[in-house]
Design a protein around this ligand. Structure first.
Ligand SMILES: NC(=O)c1ccc[n+]([C@@H]2O[C@H](COP(=O)([O-])OP(=O)(O)OC[C@H]3O[C@@H](n4cnc5c(N)ncnc54)[C@H](O)[C@@H]3O)[C@@H](O)[C@H]2O)c1
Ligand SMILES: O[C@H]1[C@H](O)[C@@H](O)[C@H](O)[C@@H](O)[C@H]1O
Length: 339
């Protein structure tokens, strides 16, 4: 057990409990050393049957628990800054679920804290970078066979949103994935954003602006559009089509089984992200564990987390004002050169 990377998991809700299961049963080289959740019953349920995992209600107690050498943050976004700063202060490597910190000022404080340390310790949970379809699309775009990318058309649909989901969260929680994916796929920064809202769906909770149509401009002259619809009712669908000068490529259509019967064919549509992106989460966490054991960070960095928050924040302003809104990024610290 001593050689395994002991991980403290903060937050034992949907994602946290799934990551506890993954660390315990799916990935190699790690073990769950501690779990913290103010709702102690959730933490206890998540660690049931896992030998050597302690349960806590406070972040600091979990970080200081015996055997903890790394941290996986899966608490709600507003709790991430405090947890990240506490982990960095202890020199602990971290995998932090998206959004890194929803407000860009808080996200920048994390970047600055890491820059002061002078070494990267944080990886952000933009797991689409580990999805097979996204990786193939990235490889194709990098290869250049289709020419320069001109547009990305993205679809992001959830069956339903969690209670307390706000109109801003369609952008700073849901579309944060497309923001990171677009920056990564294109190798360009998103410089401006416009948000249009159709009539809200009757299936959306009262007052929620759902769906939304989000349009990003990039510093390389490309456009990225995202239909985000978090109470579509029928399935979890994430697609991305790149339109380039000499061709197009689309991912995200091929999930689930196709059942033919009685003269008709019906395709299964996954109902949530835990199914659609199961392989991506497994690869993400395995890759984080492997890199962490070698003292490296190989995935999306705190700078990527900050950039996503800054773009999303401009998006929320665009949603509220109805106007095209420019994105302002702080100067990039030397630690993230080339990132
Ligand atoms: N990568 C993805 O696809 C994906 C999917 C879902 C959620 N997420 C992210 O994961 C995070 C958690 O989301 P969720 O859906 O699991 O939420 P959730 O509400 O199901 O669970 C959050 C848990 O955190 C606990 N908690 C609250 N404050 C805490 C604190 N200060 N310290 C520790 N625990 C605390 C809550 O009691 C709850 O058990 C969010 O950042 C969310 O955006 C990512
Ligand atoms: O927190 C979740 C998660 O990030 C999912 O991947 C996304 O599809 C949802 O819209 C979001 O609410």
């Amino acid at each position: 057990m001593g050689d395994l990377l002991g991980v403290a998991v903060l937050g034992a809700g949907h994602m946290g409990a799934d990551h506890v299961r993954r660390l315990d049963r799916v990935v190699s080289g790690a073990r769950v050393a501690a779990v913290a959740d103010p709702d102690v019953a959730r933490a206890e349920e998540a660690v049931a049957g896992i030998a050597g995992a302690s349960v806590h209600t406070e972040t600091e107690a979990a970080l200081d628990a015996p055997g903890v050498r790394a941290v996986l943050i899966a608490s709600p976004g507003p709790a991430h800054e405090e947890a990240l700063l506490a982990a960095l202060a202890r020199g602990l490597p971290v995998l932090c679920e998206k959004p890194m910190v929803p407000d860009s000022a808080g996200a920048l404080r994390v970047v600055e804290a890491e820059a002061r340390l002078g070494r990267r310790l944080a990886q952000i949970g933009f797991m689409r970078r580990y999805d097979d379809g996204y990786r193939r699309l990235k490889a194709l775009l990098d290869e250049g066979r289709l020419g320069r990318p001109l547009m990305l058309h993205c679809v992001h649909r959830n069956v339903s949103s969690p209670k307390d989901f706000t109109s801003a969260m369609l952008i700073d929680s849901s579309v944060s994935h497309e923001i990171d994916a677009a920056r990564w796929l294109l190798g360009q920064e998103l410089t401006a954003v416009t948000v249009l809202r159709p009539r809200p769906s009757a299936g959306a909770p009262e007052g929620l602006s759902d769906p939304q149509f989000v349009l990003f401009e990039t510093d390389g002259g490309a456009l990225v559009d995202v239909e985000v619809f978090v109470n579509c009712g029928f399935g979890y669908q994430v697609r991305c089509e790149a339109v380039c000068e000499a061709g197009s490529a689309r991912i995200g259509d091929d999930h689930g089984m196709l059942v033919s019967a009685r003269g008709a064919a019906a395709a299964e549509v996954p109902q949530d992200y835990l199914v659609r992106f199961v392989d991506a989460y497994d690869r993400e966490v395995q890759s984080w564990v492997d890199a962490t054991r070698q003292g490296r960070v190989t995935g999306p960095t705190a700078w990527d987390g900050y950039a996503a928050s800054a773009v999303a924040e401009a998006g929320v302003r665009a949603l509220e004002s109805g106007a095209r809104t420019a994105v302002g990024l702080a100067p990039r610290p030397e630690l993230y050169a080339g990132n």
